[in-house]
Design a protein around this ligand. Sequence first.
Ligand code: ADP
Ligand code: MG
Length: 877
Amino acid sequence: MKAAAKTPRRPAVKKPSNPSLKDPVGVYCRVRPLSRPDQECCIEVINETTVQIHPPDGYRIFRNGEYRETQYSFKEVFGTLVVQKELFDVVAKPLVEDLIRGKNGLLFTYGVTGSGKTHTMTGSPGDGGLLPRCLDMIFNSIGPFQAKRFVFKLDDKNGVDVQCEVDALLERQKRDAMPVPKTPSGKRQIDPEFADMINVQDHCKVEEVDEDNVYSVFVSYIEIYNNYIYDLLEEAPFEPIKPKWNNCNTPVRNGDFIPPQSKILREDQNHNMYVTGCTEVEVKSTEEAFEVFWRGQKKRRIANTQLNRESSRSHSVFIIKLAQAPLDADGDNVLQEKEQITLSQLSLVDLAGSERTNRTKAEGNRLREAGNINQSLMTLRTCIEVLRENQMYGTNKMVPYRDSKLTHLFKNYFDGEGKVRMIVCVNPKAEDYEESLQVMRFAEMTQEVEVARPVDRPLCGLTPGRRFRNQAFREELSRKLEMRGGPINGETEEQSVSEMFLQNFPPLPSCELLDVNDDQTLPKLIEVLEKRHKLRQMLSEEFAKNVLAFKTMLQDFDSSIVSKENYIQGKLSEKEKTIAGQKMELERLEKKIKTLEYKIEILEKTATIYEEDKRNLQQELESKSQKLQRQASDKRRLEARLQGMVAETTMKWEKECERRVAAKQLEMQNKLWVKDEKLKQLKAIVTEPKNEKPERPSRERDREKPVQRSVSPSPAPNAPPVRLRHRRSRSAGERWVDHKPPSNLPTETVMQPHVPHAITVAAASEKALAKCDKYMLTHQELASDGEIETKLIKGDVFKTRGGGQAVQFTEIETLKQESPTGRKRRSSPSNPDPPEGAADSEWTDVETRCSVAVEMRAGSALGPGYQHHAQPKRRKP
Ligand code: ADP
Ligand code: MG
């Protein structure tokens, strides 16, 4: 996964005033091998441009609860197997090429202590780093074109002067005569520990070195510690000076190690920063340059030990300056024009460890130092941040270069022009995880900063190929001279030519005039001089001829070269066009890649969110199903318990019911038995002769007497209602037609209407009527209270004149059932005030459950009587 929310890199931002092109800072990453194979690793190289960093085991980032892996992309990533040479070819070689073409470059290593910054920059024994390799390449390239020592002279304002070879020679002689303990040309003693480092044996060189130039290399080596700049090449004073105060505010005593004095920074007319009074040593070979470096390195070590400093907290800056100037038109000497000199520099910076203070557990002075280092690296970060912001959003914030010496020194690389490259060193061990993460973030941000591409220096305007022509001329001359005066044997070309001339010239006689009258010396001298003059003229003529011949030869050569150049130029422009097209395509593809990477990042994030959701839901589901299972088992248990209880209760109730039923049956049997008894008694009463009436209270008996009297065979239309007794009087000789329609329902009353000697018919029948003189219709209907009301409609049968039968209805008797509980004495409208207790006392006697009210509407209650279903019980006296 990529680092969170990366800012897409923008295309080159051009200031309107400065149309020059810009290049992003080239950031490379080098992953060193683990020290021990059993160490835990937290960084992997994914591909040539990407590294992935993940939190080590036992280390969890609970940011959104995620275990995050982060990927960082760089211009190129070098894994543990990458050798110094490979790194040099990719990262440093282009900087050396630029240096030789007169352009500035800055290369720094950044990382935690122990991540391999020094290993990368300086190298380890037997495995030279970038610095010795850069020096080697420079000298391999400019070796044959180097100026004599002191032809170029650096001034104290970061500028350079040129002087003629004679002056340079004089200065060399003067220096050689000085009592310097060790001269650059003297015997060098390189520390055996680092002897191997310079033995890079790469034979790497820049292909297109301007051969018409002369070159000189100067090196300086400074250290920035505690925001002070020290010159590591400064010669220590010959003898200890008077006690004074060093930068650490401790007095320096005689015999003590004298700490170097800090230097100040200045800006030159080209806005480049330089260290004033800094020692710059002109070097002529890789060995010499490295020896100078090693001198400074030793001094640094001594200072660290003596002042109890932590070496990882200082920045070391090794500056290689290259002065170059064109040869004059003859291709013989350096052009003596200051404006034609180009001075370029390559700064190789081994930065202090980027770790935070708390990690080193520094105290006191150390803490202050650490704080300062922190501050200087922090200023570097801030500057990069502000620069990036200004470039991306077109703002014009002030970049705080001046806040630290480190950033101030390199200000013009970022503000002005120059190629800047950074190597981020990381140790993949787990302990460095957090620090490495910081380093990666800074590095990634750095590559979004763009610096102006250095412009090509102007051409000097002289014909190219001067050095070659001059050389060819010299060779030709010596050849000619050889032909004339024998072989030239000499140490150098210059020496041999002058010697040859001197041999051809007649020797000068003694020129000393001791006597006034001497008249021989002068004429001899004149003669010799004349001879010499003639010889010289001859030689000059010969020379002029030779020159002419050579010139024509050269012109031919020139024209052929020009035509070839034109051809090559044509080819080149063609190739450039193709390259430009390819570059555009590349840029487009890069942009596409970025977009796709961004999309992938988003998709990965979404996927993680979904996975998280899924996990949560699954957990929820599991807990719910567990809960359900628990509930089901609870339910089953409860059911079993309830079933047990129900069975128990049912059994109990069944037993109880059986017990009750048995009790009831017993009770009923008893009752039945009592009723049977009663019925028997009633039967006995009924079957008794008429005079043997049951005994009744005298009052009731008295009351019945008039009723009995009123019963007569003829119907009395307005006869008073008669309370029927259980046995009605019957007029002898009357025959009844008992008409009972088949739809009638049997009533459950104890007393049932009963007509003796009647002809019972289901439908009206004339035959029956002819035989009888009384008619009774039993009619049933539903009363308003839902009970069946049975009406006995009675009438007399007449013989009609035509010989038929007619019935005249005389009376309606209504029979009705009532609930004994809700029973109230009801009176029929025809009998509003019946004698109290008459029928009541009589019927309750027989049957308590129901009663029968008999109402006489019209006529007497003669005719049919009522017969008990059950025998009425005789009332107890
Ligand atoms: P730094 O300068 O960042 O503090 P060093 O360059 O001193 O770290 O490296 C610490 C140790 O690790 C040294 O012993 C060095 O030889 C070793 N080392 C660093 N990088 C590599 C590498 N790429 N290959 C092998 N050894 C390395
Ligand atoms: Mg180091």
